[in-house]
Design a protein around this ligand. Structure first.
Ligand code: NAD
Ligand code: TDX
Length: 396
């Protein structure tokens, strides 16, 4: 089997490649990545020397290049991670988001369609070689925003009786605020240019299913965290700033809610959808772990302070004194424009149909993540280069 993994030098793409190579011996991977500021070959250093892996540097919008890849390799599955992924950057400069996220997806769809088609049925729909699949990695942000304010004393809830039964006896118990969730039937209602570009790509993939019967799936996942997360996103940015004794920018009142999922659990969910997802269907992948941003930030500060005390060796990384690692580092800054208040995934369909379940509780996942950053400061230095510095000069 040959997988074409686009965006494989980025955060989730790289974690996915590591997951697949470990789990399967007979899958070869062709990585196509433009190596933007967010892509880093250091992230996949070991995998690049594996003879099952081929790396191609290039843009998913480059038709000729994508065609050549399909001509050279018999691609069985496209897993499209490649994207401009940061909401704040999309507010500053939407154009590149539309280009990469929409036109890039169309370019990949066209090449896959051309190379996988073997004829037509009696109605004129294309017929495809067996076992092919186009997996579009999407996000819960395409659904827009849910209500945010959680009345005092609200109990944690799960939406359906069926979900309650499935969740019984699991180690990761749901932590869910509010009444409403995104299901796969929720209308797409994106707010930011990033989310809109992802929704555009989602709908295009759906259009290729409806119009050409392309073998596709879309996965819509909540906020990931874990190793190799680029330090412009909340959790890795906070970890980096704490270690440097810098202020921690919290947008607005910090009470916005996200559903956090450990990246390896997302990779597992994608693998399940590739293997068993019903063609043409979207699947939600969520962490059952809603949390307010302010709680995430405080927990990260507390965990780092604790780890520094438990393992004093780590203190040599600090560019500030241990006493300064406290909640006073939090600085409320101006809110993100059009900031979505709450994301909350109901992954019942994926749980029920594919047996998906997040294995990593947030307490375990955040400690693993922080330790990874403490142990991999060289990686952080490597990815924080010119473009990142320029971006932050303009931020606050
Ligand atoms: P990332 O920004 O860390 O990585 C994106 C990768 O794509 C980088 O390696 C970059 O070089 C590459 N890339 C960008 N433009 C390209 C182009 N035109 N051609 C080829 N490669 C290009 O992103 P991520 O956080 O790993 O997200 C991966 C995918 O998952 C995205 O599609 C994103 O929308 C989706 N997603 C992310 C999250 C999350 O929490 N991070 C949650 C749900 C879905
Ligand atoms: O400095 C910050 N301060 C802050 O308060 C940053 C970077 C973020 N935030 C807030 C904004 C969000 O409410 O924290 C929350 C998380 O922000 P991000 O890490 O930027 O993630 P988000 O905007 O939720 O989007 C992420 O999850 C869905 C990914 O970046 C997307 O690619 C994915 O689709």
């Amino acid at each position: 089997m040959n997988y074409l993994v686009t965006g494989g030098a980025g955060f989730i793409g790289a974690n996915f490649i590591k997951y697949i190579l470990k789990k399967y011996k007979k899958i070869s991977i062709i990585i196509l990545d433009k190596l933007t500021y967010a892509g880093n070959l250091g992230t996949i250093k070991e995998e690049l020397s594996d003879n099952r892996v081929t790396f191609v540097k290039g843009d998913i919008c480059n038709r000729e290049l994508v065609e050549n890849i399909f001509m050279k390799y018999d691609i069985d599955c496209v897993v499209n991670f490649a994207a401009e992924s940061h909401v704040d950057r999309s507010i500053e400069n939407p154009g590149i988001f539309l280009k990469t996220n929409i036109i890039g997806t169309q370019t990949l769809l066209d090449a896959a369609k051309a190379h996988w088609t073997i004829g037509k049925d009696e109605k004129g729909y294309p017929l495809y070689k067996d076992g092919k699949k186009f997996l579009q990695v999407s996000t819960d942000e395409v659904y827009g925003s849910l209500e945010r304010d959680i009345p005092e004393g609200t109990e944690l809830k799960v939406e359906t009786e069926e979900l309650k039964v499935i969740l019984k006896d699991r180690e990761v118990m749901p932590r869910i605020f509010g009444e409403n969730f995104f299901t796969e039937k929720t209308s797409l209602d994106p707010s930011s240019p990033y989310a809109t570009s992802k929704a555009g790509a989602d709908m295009l993939v759906r259009a290729y299913w409806e119009t050409y019967h392309m073998p596709v799936n879309v996965t819509r996942c909540s906020n990931n965290y874990g190793p190799y997360h680029f330090p412009e996103k909340l959790i890795p940015l906070i970890i980096k700033n704490i270690l440097e004794g810098k202020k921690l920018p919290l947008y607005g009142d910090g009470k916005q809610v996200r559903d956090w999922l450990y990246v390896e659990d997302h990779c597992k969910g994608i693998d399940m959808v590739i293997n068993s997802g019903r063609l043409g269907e979207p699947y939600n992948i969520g962490g059952f772990n809603e949390e307010q941003n302010i709680t995430i930030v405080k927990l990260t500060i507390d965990t780092i302070a604790r780890l520094m005390k438990e393992q004093p060796n780590y203190q040599k990384i600090l560019k500030t004194s241990l006493e300064n690692i406290n909640h006073n580092l939090i600085a409320h800054v101006h809110d993100r424009l059009g900031h979505d208040a709450r994301y909350a995934i109901d992954p019942t369909k994926t749980v029920r149909e594919l047996g998906f379940y997040p294995e990593t509780s947030f307490v375990v996942g955040i400690e693993k993540t922080i330790k990874w950053y403490l142990d991999n400061q060289e990686w952080v230095k490597e990815v924080v280069s010119g473009d990142y510095v320029k971006y932050y000069e303009n931020m606050y």
